[in-house]
Design a protein. Structure first.
Length: 348
């Protein structure tokens, strides 16, 4: 029995792949397998985080079977590995599904195999969780315990609904004071969108950009390789990486070596800096809830709906593909269409 993958044009004719195991000599050695995975991730334009996650799972899969080559394994080994993660490792369904995606990527994209078991593998069912949402007073209490750059970033998360990494990767050119808006580039799913720039944050943002300009002048006076540019923009615009417009709004304090090409660049701030600051601020505020940076995004959506804004508008600001994802915030408000009053409170 054979399987025929889709052809990619005359330069990529249909190849017939047998279900019989291939000889190890015809496939990359284990020592080169991770490097091939990395190259394939970059060909597919996966993010650096996805690349590192996939390589980590492939490495764990190989070591789980005592460095046995993946070509010598198949469906039973993959299922056993996933079962081990769930039963012994107690990982969440999303983590288990990420491991599965990494292994399917290994077999399909790196080893170029399309076997029957790949189509029959079952993904873990993810539980539907209600997000943690703070009151307006609690949000103000958290923000009041932050200072400087961390206060500004946390205020942007709550005031715009941006995700943590969307805020961290924000570039100077995407902040418009004339339109009072922020353009979020390459958000979840590779989509761009617009959100508001809160009027109360305009002056603090101008102050932050002045600091960025000063840091940029220092970099320009010294030897550096410019900021990272996505895709082929570095070749299309050779000097753009050193222009002010492309600099990060929240740059790192030190320049560092880029893991992609080894060049010395001014990266954005490490997201862990803000995560730790928000967590400490919530503890100092006496909030007995698990508060993270993403909690501020949940608060943004919930408080807008609570204020009477249309759910479609909130969906657009959040960048949700499906309005059903946004509707979870109506459940947080206990307003699935209209407010429901408990019968216990209706007693005379």
């Amino acid at each position: 029995m054979t399987y025929e993958p889709k052809a990619g044009g005359k330069n990529n004719p249909v190849k017939t792949i047998s279900t019989e195991p291939l000889a190890v000599g015809r496939v990359p050695h284990k020592s080169k397998l991770l490097e091939l995975c990395r190259e394939r991730c970059r060909v597919k334009h996966y993010s650096l985080r996805t690349e590192e996650a996939y390589l980590g799972w492939v490495r764990r899969f190989i070591f789980f079977y005592n460095k046995k080559h993946p070509i010598e394994m198949g469906g039973p080994e993959v299922e056993s590995f996933l079962t081990h993660l769930a039963v012994k490792g107690h990982v969440s369904p999303s983590t288990q599904n990420q491991a599965l995606s990494a292994l399917l990527f290994l077999y399909r994209e790196v080893l170029h195999l399309q076997l029957e078991w790949m189509e029959n593998v079952v993904r873990a069912k993810q539980a539907i969780r209600l997000p943690v949402v703070l009151t307006v007073e609690q949000v103000n209490s958290v923000l009041a315990r932050l200072d400087g750059r961390e206060w500004l970033m946390a205020s942007l998360l709550y005031g715009t609904g941006m995700r943590l990494m969307e805020c961290v990767r924000l570039r100077v050119k995407d902040v418009s004071f004339e339109k009072n808006e922020i353009v979020v580039r390459d958000g979840k799913g590779g989509k761009d969108r617009r959100t508001m720039l809160p009027a109360s944050l305009c002056d603090p943002m101008r102050t932050q950009l002045e600091k960025v300009k000063e840091l940029h002048r220092e970099d320009t006076d010294e030897s550096w390789d410019g900021v990272f540019l996505p895709d082929a923009l570095a070749r299309k615009y050779p000097n753009a990486n050193k222009q002010m417009a492309w600099q990060y709004v929240f740059p790192a304090t030190r320049r560092a070596r880029d893991p992609r090409d080894g060049q010395i660049r001014r990266h954005h701030i490490d997201e862990k800096v803000l995560q730790r600051a928000v967590s400490k601020a919530a503890q100092a505020a006496g909030i007995d809830k698990p508060v993270s940076c993403h909690t501020l995004r949940h608060c943004f959506a919930t408080h807008l709906i609570e204020a009477g804004y249309d759910i479609r508008t909130v969906q657009e600001l959040l960048g949700h593909k499906d309005v059903a994802t946004t509707q979870i915030y109506t459940h947080v408000l206990n307003k699935g269409g209209r407010g429901v009053k408990s019968p216990l409170d209706n007693r005379v």
